[in-house]
Design a protein around this ligand. Structure first.
Ligand code: GLN
Length: 562
C-alpha cells in the first residue's frame, strides 16, 4: 500500500445514542467515493471487551464478520453496504484492545521504566491504530462510539484532539451528530440539547467544524442560525439530518444539504462533482416496489431487530432486485415451540421462511417445527448457519428416520450427532475469537439451486461457527433426497445443502447476508425472494379463483364482476 497520508473526518455523537452515527459515517463515505476519493471507515468502541464476539446479541446487536475473520461492530456492515470498502480487523477496535496492546508492551519492557498512563500511552496507542488503518487512502472517516460525556470515551476524544493538532487543521475535521427534538408541548424544535452536547465537547478541547442535526422536522433558517451562534460553528455548517423513510436516502439528503461540499472545502480538497446517479436510481427503485412478499424470520433474538441487522438489509436488497417490498414477520421460535397460536398463524401467512444464525438450545425445537412446516408445505425455506444445521436435523428426524438426530451443541451424547463440533474446535478452551471465522472457499455442484443462484462454481463466503455437518451421515441423507450443493475444497466441510423434492429449500453454513449490498443484492437472497414471489402469486391466483367460482353461482355478484 502506498504511503499516502489520509485526511481525517472524526465523527462523534451527542445527547443520546442511536441517532445514526454509523449511517452518517457510511453516508459520508458514499458521498466522498462518489467524488472519486478513496475512503476507509473505522469504528472506535469505548467498551472493555476485546471485540463484540463474546457479547449477547441482546446487548450488542449483530456481530459483523469481516473477510479476514474479525468479529466487529454492526456499523461496519453499514460501511461496507454504503461504500466499496472491504474492511478488516483494523477497522474496528475497542478500549479492551488498546489496553491489551499497552499492557503487552509494558510487560515486554518497551516503556523502559516509565510510568504507563492514559496520556500519553493509551492515547498514543489509539492514534497509532487510527493512523495504521488510514494509510493509503485519501480520506479516513473515524467514528467514535458512545456519546460525548461518557467516561469511557474520554481517551478516544483526547486522542483525536491531539491527532488533529499533529496533522494540521486542513487535514482533519470534527463532525458532531446531535439531536434537535420537536417538543410537542412547546410546538417547536429545541436546540438546548445540542448546545449542551457541543459545550461538553468544547470543554475537552474539541470544537466541531460541522454539526449534523438529527431531527424529524426540517430546520428553519432561524433555528440553524441559532445553533450556529450558540455552538460556535458557521451557519452553513449546520446540516439537517432529517429522519427519512429508507436509510439509503441519507447520502442524497446530506448532499442536498451541502455536506460533501462543505467537507471538501474544509479539508482543502478539490474533486469533480459527485456522481450520484446510482444512488438516485436506487431510491427511485425503492420508491416503486410494486410487489409484496411476506417472509417469516424464525429466531430467538426477534425482540431486538439489530440482532439481525445485515440479514434484514439483505432481505430488503433481495426485494429491491425483484421490485418487491419484503415484509418481515419476526417469529419467536420459543413461542412456536409452546404452540402459541398467534405465532403459528403469523408463520402460516408467510410466502417464505428463514431461520437465521444463532447459538444455544433455547427455541431450537420451535425452529425445527417451522422448518418441517415449510418443507411439508413446499414453502421456500432459507436456513443460514444455525438455520442450515436445524434443517439437517429436521430432515434427519422426519425424512431419514433418525429420530434422535440432534446437534452436539445441544446434546453431546445424542445417538445421531448429524451436526458435530469441528475437529479443530475440540482443543479450544477460550471463547473469544476462536470460532471458524471469515472467508472460506466453496465449490458449488452444477445443476443445483445454489449454482442457479450464483451462476458460478467457485464462491467465497464469510463464516462464524463451531459446529458443522457430520459427513458420516452424508450418504444416508443423500439417499433420502438431500443434496450437498456446496463443499469446501480444502477440508470437505459441507457449506451448502438443498432438497430434491421441494421448490426452494436451501441451507448454507456461511452468512451470505454480510456480503449483500443495496445495489448488488446477494444472489441467494435474490433467488429466495423470487421463489417467495411465486408462492405469493400462486396464493393470490387461488384466492381469485375462489372468488370467481363464488361469483359464477350468484347473478347479482356476476353483475358486479362484469
Ligand atoms: N451455534 C452454531 C455453531 O456454532 C451456529 C452458529 C451461527 O449460526 N452463527 O456452529
Amino acid at each position: 500500500m502506498s504511503e499516502k497520508r489520509a485526511k481525517y473526518i472524526f465523527v462523534s455523537g451527542g445527547v443520546i445514542s442511536s441517532l445514526g452515527k454509523g449511517l452518517a459515517s457510511a453516508s459520508i463515505g458514499a458521498l466522498l467515493e462518489a467524488r472519486g476519493l478513496s475512503v476507509t471507515i473505522q469504528k472506535l468502541d469505548p467498551y472493555i471487551n476485546v471485540d463484540p464476539g463474546t457479547m449477547s446479541p441482546f446487548q450488542h446487536g449483530e456481530v459483523f464478520v469481516t473477510d479476514d475473520g474479525a468479529e466487529t461492530d454492526l456499523d461496519l456492515g453499514h460501511y461496507e453496504r454504503f461504500t466499496h470498502c472491504t474492511l478488516s480487523r483494523f477497522n474496528n477496535f475497542t478500549t479492551g484492545q488498546v489496553y491489551d496492546a499497552v499492557i503487552t508492551k509494558e510487560r515486554r519492557g518497551d516503556y523502559l521504566g516509565g510510568t504507563v498512563q492514559v496520556i500519553p500511552h493509551i492515547t498514543d496507542e489509539i492514534k497509532n491504530k487510527i493512523i495504521q488503518a488510514s494509510q493509503g487512502f485519501d480520506v479516513s472517516i473515524v467514528e467514535i462510539g458512545g456519546t460525548v460525556g461518557d467516561i469511557e470515551s474520554l481517551p478516544f476524544l483526547e486522542a483525536i484532539r491531539q491527532l488533529r493538532i499533529e496533522v494540521g487543521h486542513e487535514n482533519a475535521i470534527f463532525i458532531h451528530l446531535t439531536l434537535v427534538p420537536f417538543i410537542e408541548a412547546a410546538g417547536e424544535v429545541k436546540t438546548k440539547p445540542t448546545q449542551h452536547s457541543v459545550k461538553a465537547l468544547r470543554e475537552i478541547g474539541i470544537q466541531p467544524d460541522i454539526l449534523l442535526c438529527r431531527t424529524n422536522q426540517a430546520l428553519s433558517e432561524g433555528i440553524k442560525s441559532k445553533i450556529a451562534l450558540f455552538c460556535n460553528v458557521e451557519r452553513d455548517s449546520v446540516i439537517t439530518a432529517l429522519t427519512v423513510d429508507t436509510i439509503y436516502a441519507v447520502p442524497l439528503c446530506f448532499h442536498q444539504e451541502g455536506l460533501d461540499e462543505k467537507i471538501i472545502q474544509k479539508l482543502k480538497m478539490w474533486t469533480a462533482a459527485p456522481r450520484l446517479q446510482h444512488w438516485k436510481k436506487l431510491i427511485e427503485k425503492i420508491n416503486h416496489l410494486e410487489k409484496k412478499v411476506i417472509i417469516s424470520v424464525v429466531g430467538k433474538y426477534v425482540h431486538l431487530k439489530d440482532s439481525y441487522k445485515s440479514l434484514n438489509e439483505a432481505l430488503f436488497h433481495g426485494g429491491i432486485a425483484n421490485h418487491t417490498h419484503v415484509h418481515l414477520e419476526f417469529i419467536d421460535s420459543e413461542k412456536l415451540e409452546q404452540g402459541d397460536e398467534a405465532q403459528w398463524s403469523a408463520l402460516r401467512s408467510a410466502d417464505g421462511v428463514l431461520v437465521p444464525g444463532g447459538f444455544g438450545e433455547r427455541g431450537c425445537e420451535g425452529k425445527i417445527d417451522a422448518i418441517a412446516w415449510a418443507r411439508e408445505n413446499q414453502i421456500p425455506f432459507f436456513g443460514i448457519c444455525l438455520g442450515m444445521q436445524m434443517a439437517v436435523i429436521e430432515f434427519a428426524r422426519h425424512s431419514a428416520g433418525l429420530k434422535d438426530a440432534n446437534s452436539a451443541e445441544f446434546n453431546e451424547k445424542t445417538k445421531h450427532p448429524v451436526i458435530h463440533l469441528m475437529e479443530d474446535q475440540k482443543l479450544r478452551r477460550e471463547k473469544g475469537g476462536t470460532m471458524r471465522l471469515g472467508t472460506y472457499d466453496c465449490v458449488l455442484k452444477k445443476s443445483t439451486k445454489a449454482y442457479a443462484a450464483y451462476h458460478r462454481e467457485k464462491i467465497q463466503e464469510r463464516h462464524r461457527h463451531r459446529y458443522e455437518f457430520n459427513n458420516a451421515y452424508r450418504k444416508d441423507l443423500e439417499a433420502r433426497g438431500m443434496i450437498f450443493s456446496g463443499i469446501n475444497p480444502q477440508t470437505g466441510l459441507i457449506e451448502m445443502m438443498e432438497l430434491k423434492n421441494h421448490p426452494w429449500f436451501v441451507g448454507c453454513q456461511f452468512h451470505p447476508e454480510f456480503k449483500s449490498k443495496p445495489m448488488k443484492a446477494h444472489p441467494l437472497f435474490i433467488s429466495f425472494i423470487q421463489e417467495a414471489l411465486k408462492i405469493r402469486s400462486l396464493k393470490e391466483s387461488k384466492k381469485s379463483k375462489v372468488v370467481r367460482i363464488g361469483l359464477k353461482n350468484s347473478k347479482t355478484a356476476e353483475e358486479i364482476f362484469v
